[in-house]
Design a protein around this ligand. Structure first.
Ligand SMILES: [Zn+2]
Length: 431
């Protein structure tokens, strides 16, 4: 079966947009931190979180800039611990929203995603024990509060009486200085920190930045599941067969409007290569299945044979190619890479084209080909694939005409030569 971690992806990435419960829970918990930091809302529950946070480091909510539940030995009620674990996952996607240098000197640097060395967060037992955990505690060289100050730090460490290696502390200091964002250096100093200098975070996506309390739960969810999503395994195989094509595009036109679930399902399974070929079925059940293709009876049936290379399919594929030209006005250039188009259809190019119509027809053609093969394999029945295709298509167009006449007229009467409305109001097909 298709991996669950693939199915939680968006449809355009080969998934089914299934909800991941744990990511949903995490997103809601991150949202709670947003409320916690929103000073406009006062709630008693905030104390339950603020209390233990204050114990963890010197400045309560400032500790959210560098939080790792791995360093917390206790003190958090179970639920809040889970909230902070979710926060830990989301924090690297945010950045501190700082306005004045006074904000920067309050930033904790140990275990912070904003200060790291070679992609790893900074850790130092000696500095933590000495209480030197914020930017301001170790910086201030030459009066610049954003440069690591060696003397100040070593004096602080000696005063605390802990054991430390000077070289390690110096390396750490370098990372702290480097971790300061360029834009922070140009900040002005206000001289003091005000009461309302709340802890703030920004989510930057392209040119747009949103402050944490304003981020929608869905946005947090979408970011959190990115780490969980597994790319569809089938992409690698398709890439090997079509080395010049962009395989990630095969999912783009999968969800065609108005198509029945059965037709969508065939396409979804084909693109994920989730049909068992006769070769595979033979391995599973040697007595019941042969390796030989049940349709042409000439070659062993692997997956490509089933939907692409079967000799009994080639005539039908040619027929469909011609059908797209006469019925939908598809050009030879559009159908040039016919095997690719046969499998994955055309990419949509703006409104008003015939891409959707071509893709609808192709979906029915593949569906008919798979049905014909399954009849032969499981019921030992021979089916005329062209007639099957035409009948399925007629039923679909008839239904669409009956249920959504306006849409149908716009899509199929005015833009294709497939059918017209007869005198009695019924559809007359040209095929
Ligand atoms: Zn065959």
């Amino acid at each position: 079966m298709i991996a669950r971690k693939t199915l939680i992806a968006k449809k355009r990435e080969g998934g089914l947009d299934l909800i991941d419960i744990s990511a949903t829970r995490d997103a809601l918990r991150v949202k709670l931190i947003g409320r916690f930091l929103d000073s406009k809302r006062q709630h008693p529950w905030k104390d339950t979180l603020a209390g233990p946070l204050a114990k963890y480091g010197e400045r309560s909510s400032y500790n959210l800039y560098a939080f790792s539940p791995r360093n917390v030995t206790g003190g958090f009620p179970g639920f809040y611990r889970e909230v902070l674990e979710a926060w830990d996952k989301f924090l690297p996607h945010l950045r501190p929203d700082v306005e004045y240098k006074e904000h920067v000197i309050r930033l904790p640097f140990l275990n912070s995603p904003f200060f790291s060395h070679k992609g790893r967060p900074l850790v130092s037992k000696a500095l933590r024990e000495a209480g030197l955990t914020t930017q301001g505690g170790v910086c201030g060289r030459g009066g610049d509060c954003l440069f690591f100050d060696k003397n100040k730090t070593l004096t602080g460490l000696k005063r605390a009486g802990g054991v430390f290696k000077t070289k390690q502390i110096m390396d750490l200091g370098m990372s702290i200085t480097q971790g300061v964002e360029k834009s922070w250096r140009t900040l002005t100093s206000r001289g003091m920190l005000m009461q309302d200098d709340a802890v703030k975070f920004l989510l930057c996506q392209g040119a747009k930045s949103t402050s944490l309390p304003q981020i929608k739960t869905k946005v947090i969810y979408d970011i959190l599941i990115q780490k969980l999503i597994k790319r569809p395994a089938a992409e690698l195989r398709w890439a090997a067969i079509f080395p010049t094509k962009t395989v990630t595009s095969i999912w783009c036109n999968l969800a065609i409007p108005f198509l029945s679930h059965a037709v969508f399902n065939t396409d979804f399974k084909l693109r994920h290569r989730r049909y068992y070929s006769s070769i595979v079925l033979h391995q599973i059940h040697k007595l019941k299945f042969q390796r030989l293709c049940p349709v042409c009876g000439l070659e062993d049936e692997d997956f490509e044979h089933l939907i692409l290379r079967c000799g009994a399919l080639s005539g039908f594929k040619t027929y469909v190619c011609q059908f797209l030209k006469t019925g939908c006005g598809a050009t030879a250039a559009q159908l040039a890479e016919w095997d690719w188009v046969w499998l994955f259809g055309l990419l949509r190019q703006g409104r008003g084209g015939i891409t959707m119509q071509v893709n609808t027809l192709l979906s029915f053609a593949r569906h008919a080909a798979v049905l014909r093969r399954n009849y032969a394999l499981f019921e030992n029945k021979k089916v005329n694939v062209k007639e099957l295709f035409k009948n399925l298509l007629k039923a679909h167009l008839g239904l669409l005409h009956a249920c959504r006449e306006e849409v149908f007229t716009e899509l199929f009467i005015s833009r294709t030569a497939l059918c017209k409305v007869g005198e009695g109001g019924g559809l007359v097909f040209n095929f």
